[in-house]
Design a protein around this ligand. Structure first.
Ligand code: ADP
Ligand code: MG
Length: 452
């Protein structure tokens, strides 16, 4: 088989597949060799190869055979990415004159941030489950839970984990067609396909994916036709046993204006949440960032206690924490001196003030009373019946966890109780939490609503 035969077959294809298909899929193919009945083409991406093989493979083979070539099989190999500036050295048979420049193929995915890898993800108690689940799906093995649903508040690492999964899959399983995009981009593509009357292409494109990752799915809540289309895409992929990974800012059941059938579908797999960071995790993240920064800028001198101070004071989200550190580094490198606690306090005054909104014991008492349907006066009063004492202990526990108040102080706010009573209450809830699902759930719900 020669380039000439391919040339004539290409012309034939242009007539039969239509202009848009031709420019998108056939034109970028480069005939690169023929041996033992296997015709090899080079393609810019593996996605394209799969697509062409699936949709036009039979037709191409048929036409080649008609043209007198005994082709049994087509093979699509990904061309080594030659940068545009470096002129590609054509080797041997490849004709240098008319190399078609591959058109920009519209892949449905969004670009990945190369910094968001598993290596750079610091694991701590609040995110260990999410991390473990993400690692599992990133192996690309048999699908064991579908979908994987990751949720948690803003800046807790959902996008980071999603990108890490996508990048690990891309390097370990290049045969898989992995598509990552935000729910917003999904909607945008959908609307565009509608407008351009390319719904069939849209459907097929998404249904030819091996691993679909949709970030911030809460975005499609209330957007009816996008939800509808998402639902069908979702089902089609699950039916084919393709892995789906979804993230959202809250649990599936809590996303308002999301159709019930979608909610229940999303709950079918593994739902894991990223808890708000704790002090240790924040410190770990800060230490990692400092190490990275030191590699580029060895002159960084950091006084003892600065990172601890930041981890303690900035508890909102990791993005804010990173922002604070970046600013501190920039400042320090400008003035060329050691980062001391005073410098940090000065330079980050606004951030520190903003994350100073502290949860108060009063708020906790009020929320917990409402939750368990008891009076606020009972919460701080002397009654010791279980129905009152348990909520009181829950409130003490949350006060210990969510405020920086000491045990004696907490005791005082609970009707002048002794600090040992508080300690006992906190311990009791800790124990219960471990094997009483109801309590664990209550705590989670209360914590979320207090931190909102
Ligand atoms: P989300 O999508 O949940 O809003 P992101 O994934 O965008 O949050 O995370 C916000 C920033 O915090 C990113 O720069 C990310 O790298 C960083 N980050 C979050 N969690 C971690 C972690 N456990 N280890 C390292 N960096 C983290
Ligand atoms: Mg995100």
């Amino acid at each position: 088989m020669t380039n000439e035969t391919w040339g004539s077959v290409r012309e034939e294809l242009q007539r039969t597949v239509g202009t848009s298909n031709f420019t998108n899929w056939i034109e970028p193919l480069e005939f690169s060799g023929f041996r033992d009945g296997v015709a090899v083409f080079s393609v810019p991406t593996s996605f394209m190869g799969n697509w062409v093989s699936r949709n036009f493979g039979e037709q191409i083979k048929h036409l080649l055979n008609e043209a007198g070539e005994a082709v049994h099989r087509l093979e699509f190999a990904v061309a080594k990415t030659a940068t545009r500036t470096a002129p590609k050295k054509s080797q041997g048979a490849t004709p240098a004159q008319t190399q078609p420049q591959a058109p920009e193929v519209e892949l449905p995915g969004a670009p990945l941030d190369s910094r968001f890898t598993f290596d750079s993800f610091v694991v701590g108690k609040p995110n260990e489950l999410a991390h473990a689940a993400a690692k599992r799906v990133a192996e690309g093995g048999p699908v064991s839970f579908n979908p994987l649903f990751l949720y948690g508040g803003v800046g807790l690492g959902k996008t980071h984990l999603m990108h890490a999964i996508a990048q690990e899959l891309q390097s370990e399983r290049p045969d898989l067609n992995v598509v990552y995009l935000s729910a917003e981009q999904f909607m945008y593509r959908f609307v565009q396909a509608l407008r351009e009357r390319k719904m069939m292409d849209f459907k097929e494109l998404f249904r030819s994916v091996d691993v679909l990752m949709v970030d911030d799915v809460q975005f499609i809540a209330g957007k009816d036709s996008t939800q509808e289309e998402f639902f069908h895409t979702f089902n089609a992929l699950v039916d084919q046993n393709k892995q789906i990974i979804i993230s959202a800012d809250r649990a599936p059941g809590e996303i308002k204006e999301l159709e019930d059938r979608i909610k229940s579908r999303l709950q079918c797999g593994l739902v894991v949440d990223l808890h708000p960071t704790d002090y240790e995790l924040r410190l770990g993240i800060l230490q990692q960032k400092v190490e990275l920064y030191r590699k580029q800028y060895s002159g960084l001198v950091l006084a003892d206690g600065v990172l601890e101070f930041l981890a303690h004071r900035i508890s909102t989200n990791v993005r804010v924490l990173e922002g604070a550190l970046t600013r501190l580094f920039a400042f320090a490198s400008l003035v060329g001196r050691e980062i001391t606690l005073e410098l940090a306090q000065d330079c980050l005054a606004d951030i520190l003030r903003a994350s100073d909104r502290k949860i108060t014991i009063e708020e906790i008492q009020r929320k917990v009373s409402e939750h368990y349907n008891i009076r606020l006066s009972e919460m701080i009063g002397p009654k010791r019946v279980r129905t009152i004492a348990r909520p009181r202990q829950v409130a003490m526990f949350l006060s210990k966890q969510l405020t920086s108040r000491s045990l004696p102080e907490i005791g005082r706010r609970f009707g002048g109780r002794d600090h040992t009573t508080v300690m006992h209450g906190v311990k009791r809830i800790e124990e219960l939490k471990a094997h009483d699902n109801q309590i664990a759930e209550d705590l989670e719900l209360l914590r979320r609503s207090l931190e909102a």
